[in-house]
Design a protein around this ligand. Sequence first.
Ligand code: FUL
Length: 745
Amino acid sequence: MKTVLSYITLVLLIVSCSNNTSNGLLMPTSSTIKIDDDDTKDSIIVKAAHVVPTKNQYKALKNEFIAFIHFGPNTFTRMEWGNGFEDPKIFDLKTLDTDQWCKAMKAANMKKVILTVKHHEGFVLWQSRYTKHGIMSTDFQNGKGDILRDLSNSCQKYGLKLGVYLSPADLYQIENKDGLYGNLSKYSDRVIPRPVEGRPFKNKTTFTFNVDDYNEYFLNQLFELLTEYGPIHEVWFDGAHPKRKGGQKYNYLAWKELISELAPEAVVFGKQDIRWCGNEAGATRDTEWNVIPYQGNPLEMNSFADITGEDIGSREKLYDAKYLHYQQAETNTSIREGWFYRDDTSQKVRSVDDVFDMYERSVGGNTTFLLNIPPNREGKFSPEDVRVLNEVGERINKTYNVNLFANASGFKNVLDEDVTTYELLDADVKEIIVETKKPITINRIVIQEAIATHSERVEKHALDAWVDGSWKEIAAATNVGYKRILRFPETTSNKFRIRVLQSRLSPAISNVTGHYYKTRPPQLSITRSLDGQVSIQPKKHDFGWKPHGEDSAGNLNRALEIRYTTDGSEPTKDSKLFNESFLATSGEIKAAAFSKDQKGSVVSKKLGILKNDWKIIKVDSWSFANKSDLAIDENPDTYWRSGEKGSPHFLELDLGKSYTLKAFAYTPQKEDANGMIEKGTIKVSNDGRNWKTIDGFEFGNLINDPVTRTHQFKSAVTTQYIRIESKVIAGGKKTAAIAELDFFE
Ligand code: FUL
């Protein structure tokens, strides 16, 4: 019987596809659709074309650009991950200006902010009834301060939504002797919230859940967060765990029940609503599907694995599904190197170009852009972060608030800038033609599908412009979904055409707008060869994204000049002109590209000591393709990897002559999550044989964020021989790997 029904569905589909009056829907839509045993490949695709976001998911997508705030003890210890042993007094905050945060986020066009109210070390930033490990045990406002309260008030003032990051991993509850995490307590019925004398709740709702001590603690804290700080729009559950204990399980289904009751407008990150994009570098997939195949029913699942593959929702992937589920990604990354603030001198801040590029790739690639801005130890965003946010906001407004198709003719429902109206492309030739009254010059087009009613259906599309009497293809891409931003060299025409080349049923296009972005001089990159020759060149696009016209002839940047300084000062039009590589042995190089009337982003590189005389004295072991000299070849794409056996793994270096060293930088390899040196020891020697420990180092979160890390030595050390030893390898792995080592005077 079911087979017959599936067949009928297909026939209906074919009939309705050629029927202009149809609304393009063949079955009810839902955010989760089950695949039946007798579903065929075709009927699976029909189902996929009816998977839509929930109301909350759709609203979350419409926020587009949102903020993350990482703040806590790590801001003061300068660590990426804490350890749970921190004395709360370490959080030595004297001033706090959440209005300043909100003003800057608002200027950037952000719509929501998510605060780390508890990061992995377990310190809480609000006045919780259930622990003393937090803001209440600091001197900040005599222990009465509440950072979430201040932020919530500022959010209301500036019209921003609020979210909370509550880390399931909790090192304080793991390490302290009365800690609740993994304490093997019995599961029993517990009433949430647990009453605390003298601290009644205004909200009288109660829940009873069968949970253990840590889950009870977690639920009590969620109750506080979701009832005492105004509406909460997102709850962020990080999957990362520096450590685990006692087989601690998380009763997410209980957490979820509490969240849906107390924060009905909230989306949950890391669970069924929103998934991690799979990296922390701001990389985006060329094709980002939000209709995702699952083996279990996501609505009943207690835990969700990270999805990191390149292809996650193509037809081939969907054919293996038992459930199809709408689950959007957040592209999350930090405006600074690392998630927490360290300093304003050596911790790099991303350029405006970089952030704007990520904005276009992520929002215009069917995801939400979640950008972290870590406040400094004065409780403010640092001036450079504010500058970048302001300028990004200005670029977004100037580019995307001006629709050059505003008075164009074509499908009314597509050009009306109303996402609730759409044009169903159900003819054989699926295309949209937009004609403007006069020729216009554009280099961006935004396309949106009516995903709330019709799911994401476009699989392949192209954009043409009418140039010199014929259509010329100017851009092509794969899916669309919530939003696709197409970037292409400046094109002048009065007629543009979007062709849908492949789709899941008839796509419903809700919006097409045309824009002009004033292209800037390109970003640069600085490299140095082993013998110290410095080159400065336009940066290659990190994520395989096609350059959007910066380097196409006639578009811009004729008469482009690269100017640089070697003394750490800001490059100007009068700085030295770069035309060939030059020798530099130390110091800091800063460079920028200049066009006739514009200056590009400044790029800088601190130079470590020259490596041409370095020799490897000894390593404990190496693996075939990853010999030890690859750790010191000035090429971060090649690396040394030790064998698995033996501990510690080590690498000993002869620097050729004696130097007074103040810091070293470790660049991990990025090919896999194996070999990241999380903790280690630095030793020096007079003869290259007898070694003495001078310092230890620790780098948190390397697996998710495998970027270069710098460690300042406790005190400067003068030596010719130096040895790096591994103590802990991230993720419990057994080999050590180094892509590049640098030492700084
Ligand atoms: C990761 C964490 O370990 C980082 O510290 C940071 O919070 C990032 C957003 O998620 O998994």
